[in-house]
Write a protein that binds this ligand. Sequence first.
Ligand SMILES: Nc1ncnc2c1ncn2[C@@H]1O[C@H](COP(=O)(O)OP(=O)(O)OP(=O)(O)O)[C@@H](O)[C@H]1O
Ligand SMILES: [Mg+2]
Length: 231
Amino acid sequence: MTMLTIDDVHTYYGDSYILQGVSLELKPGTVVALLGRNGVGKTTLVRSIMGLTPAARGRILFKGADITRMPTWRIARAGIGLVPQGRRVFRSLTVGEHLQVTARGTGGWTLDRIVNLFPNLGSRMRSPGGKLSGGEQQMLAAARALVGNPDLLLMDEPTEGLAPLMVRDLGQAIASLKAAGTSILLVEQQLAFALRHADLVYIMSKGRIVHRCTPAELSADTETKSRYLGV
Ligand SMILES: Nc1ncnc2c1ncn2[C@@H]1O[C@H](COP(=O)(O)OP(=O)(O)OP(=O)(O)O)[C@@H](O)[C@H]1O
Ligand SMILES: [Mg+2]
């Protein structure tokens, strides 16, 4: 069984036709990278998976169950965690408070394990979100998703705006998550980061998947990289 199956999904914002038949598969325990230039529909796909902007047509299956038209809270409860683009941490809540208000359910991600995964957060438990660096906010956004013990984590451009050292720390966290068996859909603009962590790569352009390959294949494919990623 797949962790996530997206089958011919079409999504609109009002009259704007954004996702024009997207299909994608993610196997349990794997990291799938979703790449593509600005505005091609990556976040819209994440929103459709989460039920925030539901698909108008097509199907989304999570662990074999149809979640296409489920309300967001049920999708989250079923086991999908979201690390949204732009991080969206609460400025006035401390790190500890963030983790307490989102803690839920049973599963492996205790507070201790999360602090182990993101050591920077351990010393910042009493700091308000607004006082954290961009990197710390990103770690917090990921930690906040993990306390819900998701089976699948959707990470929407987690490296955006991060300093290289923070990107490295985040990469280590992703590797640990993967080793712990968490499946990840990693939306990225940083090609090198995606290639380092993904098992499989999908490329989007204008609301469609235009390419699927392994990281090694994409590394060697100058034509595809320049056409769809501008590198
Ligand atoms: N709420 C909205 N209402 C109408 N159009 C929207 C809305 N959000 C996004 N769009 C449009 O949908 C298209 C896809 O946007 P989306 O945010 O999914 O792209 P993206 O691939 O995530 O881009 P980026 O890499 O910049 O985050 C864009 O043309 C964008 O302008
Ligand atoms: Mg986006």
